[in-house]
Design a protein around this ligand. Structure first.
Ligand code: GTP
Ligand code: SPV
Ligand code: MN
Length: 597
């Protein structure tokens, strides 16, 4: 097949890669994307015509769609890091020899796009032309992916301008793995039960097969901006992290930026756009999922959000829990796997009182009182970041924003207190390494099961996690404690004996942010305790929350016996990293053990 690249690019390497992929995948036609509004519209029109998208009556330019019931989340057991050496993938990643994996992939991709259109998507992760940004090219046979990429990344001709005739780009090939015979229509949500999400960190390329959903298919997000970018960041001395970025301004007009790493479906989007109920304070959202950080000339870490949209968890999102998200999704939004109301609007658990009748994400009729959940727990909205009422004007700043604090947190029913601060960068790195969290519906697996999820990067680190700990320590060694961000640990998810959350969370988390802000300006002192620096009584303001004395105490309690058990578990876990575990982490573990004994 002849593809006309004339008005699109003259990048020799890019052209030859596309030609190679056309020959391999055998599509019916090729569409070189330009990123225009018209293209987005034509993609949505096509999906409506096919019956994949249902236009929503009350939200301008917005659509409902549902995936195949087998294709609803990231597939971690089918995700591979194919470094040359197995050791470079480390004990937390699935590894396969790159040559062997290429053989498997070449067989799978052979003719996989037959009867389908191949779309070529140029996109920039990060503001165009920023030294922090990276261009990717995604080839896909899914118009749903094209529509989502229009929202999630800065997409189109401008990304090609950045790489001109010979610049660097990350190639990513994606197929739903569902070729069509002549005249065959195929399923509305094509996918394949055989899935492969594969990364070649040295070659910096991505091959994704068999899934059309989320991070499996929108390759700019987890595949490029975390797995490939983390490997690149290791080589180049910067950080690619699973973190939100937010700005806080106090009543005196001082402004600080914070990043926070929580595992998937543990509250990043909610915190990123929190509607502060603190008089005189202002919070702005720079990003809700990913942060890339490099040192500026000032010796401080500066962060950009490489994305341009939010792919946010729908269930639990409401005017009470996250009003800014609700306002963001009023228009230009794609909803996947939520429930559809009879008057063509969307609904999910926690949004409002359930309507009498709905169509579930499985396209089944649902009546109020039924046991089944009408929206999938990992149902999501894809929405433009700039529509957020508290979107920061710094979102497009090519230099990023200076970071004053980094927050780690997970879902822990017990053990981890509401908030504490690390003693140093090294201790903060240790806190990141120690992160554990109960699993959520964002990935296929057992929901609720506690697992180690260091830095909330377990599914996203493109190299050996032990080396990653070392990289964090090395980054810290490039600056000084006064310039490095302070590091904090939070837990919004402590439960009582009956399984109820003891901390109200959501908008009330702003009270904890305020304390971290005051720590970063030096306004308040902290109490040195065995596991970290704790707020002095009253410095996290609980007024108006009607928390019992018992709950207030529990929020900050250190259960020494439980911590001793935790340390034993960590010892065992860290041993799996063998000689990749850096001395700094070993030292911090020993220090913790001594402090709690
Ligand atoms: P990913 O997009 O998967 O990376 O998730 P995320 O970290 O952005 O999580 P998100 O903010 O979307 O929240 C996930 C779930 O946690 C939603 O169901 C929220 O309602 C719930 N949640 C968020 N913040 C809080 C909180 O402070 N307390 C409690 N109890 N639940 C929360
Ligand atoms: C996550 O799971 O952390 C997400 C959703 O942000 S996905 O894009 O599917 O990875
Ligand atoms: Mn995420």
């Amino acid at each position: 097949m002849d593809v006309d690249f004339k008005n699109w690019t003259n990048h020799a390497k890019l052209i030859s890669w596309i030609k190679e992929m056309v020959a391999l995948c055998g599509p019916k036609e090729v569409h070189l994307c330009d990123g225009s509004e018209e293209e987005y519209k034509s993609m949505c029109d096509l999906l409506v015509k096919e019956g994949v998208f249902v236009p929503l009556a009350k939200r301008e330019n917005s659509f409902w769609c549902a995936s195949d019931p087998s294709d609803v989340a990231r597939v971690e057991d089918r995700t591979f890091i194919c470094s040359e050496k197995e050791k470079d993938a480390g004990p937390t990643n699935h590894w396969e020899d790159p040559k062997k994996m290429k053989e498997i992939l070449l067989k799978l991709f052979d003719g996989c796009m037959q009867g389908r259109t191949m779309y070529v998507i140029p996109y920039s992760m990060g503001p165009y032309g920023s030294s922090l940004s990276l261009v990717g090219i995604e080839i896909t046979d899914s118009p749903y992916v094209v529509a989502n990429m229009h929202i999630m990344a800065r997409m189109g001709k401008k990304a090609l301008d950045v790489i001109q005739s010979d610049g660097e780009f990350v190639p990513g090939i994606h197929s739903v793995g569902c070729p069509l015979k002549e005249g065959e229509k195929g399923p509305l949500w094509p996918c394949n039960e055989n899935k492969y999400i594969v990364h070649f960190p040295e070659e910096r390329s991505i091959w994704s097969y068999g899934s059309g959903y989320g991070g499996n298919a929108l390759l700019g997000k987890k595949c490029l901006a975390l797995r490939i970018a983390s490997a690149k960041a290791r080589d180049e001395g910067w950080l690619a992290e699973h973190m939100l970025i937010l700005g806080i301004t106090n009543p005196e007009g001082e402004k600080k930026y914070f990043c926070a790493a929580f595992p998937s479906a543990c509250g990043k989007t909610n915190l990123a756009m929190i509607d502060a109920e603190l008089p005189g304070w202002k919070i702005e959202c720079v990003g809700d999922d990913i942060a890339w950080m490099k040192f500026g000339k000032d010796g401080r870490l500066h962060a950009i959000n490489p994305e341009n949209g939010f792919f946010g968890v729908a269930p639990g999102t409401s005017m009470d829990s996250n009003p800014n998200a609700i306002k963001t999704i009023a228009k230009n939004t794609i909803f996947t796997n939520v429930a559809l109301t009879d008057d063509k609007d969307v609904w999910w658990e926690g949004l409002s009182e359930a309507p009498e009748h709905l169509t579930t994400w499985k396209k089944e009729s649902w009546t109020k009182g039924s046991d089944e959940k009408p929206a999938h727990p990992n149902s999501r909205f894809t929405t433009p970041a700039k529509q957020c009422p508290v979107a920061s004007s710094e979102m497009d700043n090519p230099d990023g924003v200076p970071i004053s604090g980094i927050i780690f947190g997970g879902r822990r029913a017990s053990l981890e207190p509401l908030v504490y601060e690390a003693f140093s960068w090294q201790h903060g790195t240790f806190l990141g390494a120690c992160l554990s969290s109960e699993m959520t519906a964002a990935a296929k697996g057992t929901v609720g099961k506690l697992r180690h999820d260091p830095f909330a990067m377990l599914p996203f680190c493109g190299y050996n996690m032990g080396d990653y700990f070392g990289h964090w320590l090395d980054v810290g060694a490039k600056s000084t404690e006064d310039k490095l961000p302070k590091v904090f640990h939070v837990n919004w998810f402590q439960k009582d004996e009956s399984g109820k959350f003891i901390w109200p969370g959501f908008l009330e988390n702003a009270r904890v942010l305020k304390w971290m802000f005051d720590r970063s300006t030096g306004k308040v002192e902290a109490d040195k305790k065995s596991i970290g620096l704790f707020p002095k009584k009253g410095d996290v303001d609980f007024s108006g929350l009607s928390l019992s004395d018992e709950v207030q105490e529990k929020l900050f309690a250190i259960d020494t016996a439980a911590w001793k058990k935790e340390v034993e578990g960590l010892k065992e876990y860290f041993e799996t990293f063998k000689d990749s575990l850096p001395d700094g982490i070993k030292a911090e573990l020993k220090n913790l053990e001594e402090r709690i004994s």
